[in-house]
Design a protein around this ligand. Structure first.
Ligand SMILES: *Cc1c(COP(=O)(O)O)cnc(C)c1O
Length: 382
């Protein structure tokens, strides 16, 4: 008998209350009962994004929200600067390309964090740039990027600043309004603890103006239409009713835990303990400045991480993610986001030690566990 544990960087595990909320007959979406639930969810989302600006709930995976941001803020033929430090940074560029938006890429070696001076220089080569697109926690590499520094560069050049924060909201401090980030994108299946299917965009007044001006052809992904509907606690189209009801439960749990601050502290504590365990096992971390949402590690020589991921799942029901792009097979990614506890982390390290040994990489049995336990014991309380 085995429990299933999703320790991937999304989708993540869900609290029981979320399953229950999504499993009951739901109200129609154009009713006061549902509008009240949506109002509550959006109020908590604004609190967790640390902003009073509107937050648009979108029925789409995270990528739908990335595309929404691009086409509503920048029109075909205009230009932008894109930070590409991994798969998700590259996605900003791919969306621009699909829509005929010219962009100057700032390429960052995978695992490294962007140097703000290089972004600054890119603006020198991009006259008339409209926007800067970046990723806060780059989930393909596990690297965290300094969006506060990027925000001040965007401000200096008077361009819109758009951040993919899909694995950083509730995981890292991201004061959207104080740092003046025009659009921040988040997604349902990461630290929000609901299934995939919804994404969210916080929209600054400047971003809303740009959305009204954009000449990109749009129909479903129309940001201004969505913001206008919010005034009536509504969405332009049928929303993912069951996910909203799930979110009402999961966000209430975050609030009860102590809100953003407690959530960020919990993720930092877990990430510190996971990194200590990996290092004690002799593994090398992939990211120079690691995100607290996941830990990316090189596998020991001779171990292909696709096989490692499969074996962990088969033998222990623990699911990691492998590497993407050119680090496929070379790194594995251990997600620690949303609904997990100390026992999930400790059990996972036990499973990893046994799997590495079974795959021919001798480990000092218990070394990872011991380091993790020490870190959890000494670290700040949950
Ligand atoms: C998960 C994730 C996304 C969203 O991808 P979808 O599969 O479209 O939901 C986007 N950016 C980052 C950084 C992510 O971690």
């Amino acid at each position: 008998m085995m429990k299933r544990r999703l320790l991937t960087p999304g989708p993540t595990m869900l609290p029981d209350a979320v399953y229950r909320a999504m499993g009951t007959p739901f109200p129609h979406h154009r009713t006061e009962e549902f509008r009240a639930a949506m109002r509550g969810v959006l109020a908590l989302l604004r609190e967790f994004h640390q902003t009073s600006w509107p937050i648009v709930p979108l029925t789409a995976s995270g990528t739908g929200a990335l595309e929404t941001a691009v086409i509503n803020l920048v029109s075909p033929g205009e230009s932008a600067v894109v930070v590409r430090g991994g798969k998700f940074g590259e996605r900003w560029g791919e969306i621009c390309e699909a829509w005929g938006i010219r962009y100057t890429p700032v390429d960052v070696e995978w695992g490294k964090s962007v140097d703000p001076a290089v972004v600054e220089a890119a603006f020198g080569r991009t006259p008339g740039a409209r926007a800067l697109f970046a990723t806060h926690s780059e989930t393909s590499t596990g690297a965290l990027h300094d969006v506060e520094a990027l925000a001040s560069i965007a401000g200096k050049h008077g361009v819109l600043f758009v951040v993919d924060a899909i694995t950083s909201i509730l995981v890292h401090d991201l004061p959207v309004e104080r740092w003046n980030i025009d659009v921040v994108v988040s997604g349902s299946q990461k630290a929000f603890m609901v299934p995939p299917g919804m994404a969210f965009l916080s929209v600054s007044p400047r971003a809303l103006e740009a959305a009204r001006r954009s000449t990109s052809p749009r129909y479903y992904f129309h940001l201004a239409k969505a913001v206008d509907a919010l005034a009536k606690d509504d969405t332009p189209w049928t929303t993912a009713i069951s996910l909203v009801l799930g979110l009402a439960e999961s966000l209430a749990l975050v609030k009860k835990e102590g809100g953003v601050e407690a959530s960020v502290r919990r993720h930092a504590r877990a990430a510190g303990a996971v990194r200590a365990a990996m290092e004690a096992l002799g593994l090398t971390l992939f990211a120079e400045r690691p995100s607290n949402a996941l830990t990316a590690c090189y596998a020991p020589a001779g171990i292909e991480t696709g096989a490692l991921v499969k074996k962990l799942d088969m033998d222990f029901g623990v699911r990691f993610a492998g590497g993407q792009g050119h680090v496929k097979g070379k790194i594995f990614r251990f997600g620690h986001m949303g609904y997990f506890d100390d026992l999930d982390l400790l059990g996972t390290v036990h499973a990893l030690e046994r799997t590495l040994e079974a795959m021919g990489h001798p480990v000092a049995r218990g070394a990872g566990l011991r380091a993790m336990q020490d870190a959890l014991w000494q670290g700040p309380e949950r």
